[in-house]
Structure formats: C-alpha cells, structure tokens
Design a protein around this ligand. Structure first.
Ligand SMILES: [Zn+2]
Length: 219
C-alpha cells in the first residue's frame, strides 16, 4: 500500500483566504535544550491550509464535520486536470460533462488547476484563481457527489455572488469541499477513479472548517 500526499504544507503566514487572518506560528528556539521540551503556539483560522469546508460554513443549522460518518470522507474520486488553467478560468458544467460523461452517484470530484504551485502573497493568487461556476456545482449536486476538491483556497472563486452560490449549491446537497489540495504529477498517471481520503480532525460541531490530511491511496 502506498499513499500519495495531496496536501499543502501549513506554515507560519501561509497564504489562504484573503479575508481571514493568516496563520501565526510561535516557534520556540530549541527550548528543549534549555527547558527540556519544545512546544509551539499556533493561531489559525479554521479555513486555512488543506481543510474541509462543511455545509455549516454557509448556514449554522447545516451539518459540521462531526455530524457526518467518517466513511463519507473516503471514496472513489476522479481527478480532473485542467492543465495550466488561466487566471479566472471558469470551470463550467459542460467542461465537467466532457470529462465525466458517466459520473456515478456518491463519487468525489477533485479539480486540479496547477494553482497550488502558484501559491503566494500576491493579488493574482488571491483574486484571479480558476473556479467552479454555479452551473458546474449544480451538475455535481445533481449527481449526488459526496465531496469536491480544488488545489487552491476557494472552490467558487474570490467574488460574490458566484463564490457564495457555488458553495451553497454544493453544501445544500450535504457535500463537503476540500480546499488547498496540492497535486504532483504522480496523481495524474493513476487509473481513475482513485481512492481518496480526507479525514477531518475531530472538532466541536460549531466549527465549519476542518483541517485534514488529503491522500490518494494506492492499494
Ligand atoms: Zn474553506
């Protein structure tokens, strides 16, 4: 068995959603040598790094990660490669249909745009990312997918109303969203669908974003 890591490294000051504070890591300078132990203080928004957006990200009465069985975070996933997607590329329902003419129910769909490799503190990465349009979200919701992922900070782009609409259409179908994935080229040579895992850490049900380690399992 082999695991391919498709997560981003979460670090001090990592770029993420521009409207949330950046992660702050207080790292001791080798206190183990002087005081016996190292321990770090991490101050993080719940939506940063590789994380799940749960339905209660949009509405408090919708489900959080702790209200789903863990099995929904594991499943057969299609990795769709939109190679070198241009800034603000709209990924539409017809583009998804072309790549997934026979999409079965309860699948996971992962969108690879190459923008994980462009992650940085600049306006292009914050505001000009490729994104799923609301009609693409509708196509996925109509096929009862369990989860969808993308390799940068926002599945629905950076601007409302489209950003909210895409999220809401997916979440209303009890779909989770994993953001800030990072695919290496090894993820594209695999027979599809792949076995994908994104187990959320166990947090209070009031929390709408959940850190996870996203992997593809090779049996
Ligand atoms: Zn999020």
């Amino acid at each position: 068995m082999r695991l391919i890591d498709v997560s981003q490294t979460l670090e001090h000051n990592s770029p993420g959603a521009p409207f949330y504070p950046r992660p702050r890591f207080k790292l001791p300078r080798n206190k183990a040598a002087t005081e016996g132990w190292n321990a770090e203080m991490l101050t993080l928004p719940s939506h940063c790094g590789t994380h799940l957006d749960m339905p209660n990200h949009k509405l408090a009465q919708w489900k959080s990660s702790s209200e789903f069985p863990l099995e929904v975070f594991v499943g057969s996933a299609h990795v769709l490669y939109f190679r070198d997607a241009a800034p603000r590329t709209q990924i539409t329902a017809s583009m998804l249909k072309e790549k997934l003419p026979n999409l079965a129910r309860n699948r996971i769909v992962l969108i690879a745009t190459g923008w994980a490799q462009k992650r940085g503190h600049n306006d292009v990465w914050y505001y000009d990312v490729p994104y799923l349009t609301p009609d693409a979200a509708g196509f996925l919701a109509d096929h009862h997918i369990t989860g969808v992922g993308i390799d940068h900070w926002t599945i629905g782009g950076s601007e409302d109303p489209l950003m909210s609409l895409t999220h809401t259409i997916l979440m209303a179908g009890n779909c989770w969203i994993v953001e800030n994935l990072k695919f290496g080229l090894d993820a594209f040579d695999l027979p599809q669908p792949v076995e994908f895992w994104a187990l959320p850490i166990k947090l209070s049900k009031q929390v709408s974003g959940c850190f996870c380690r996203a992997v593809i399992r090779i049996p």
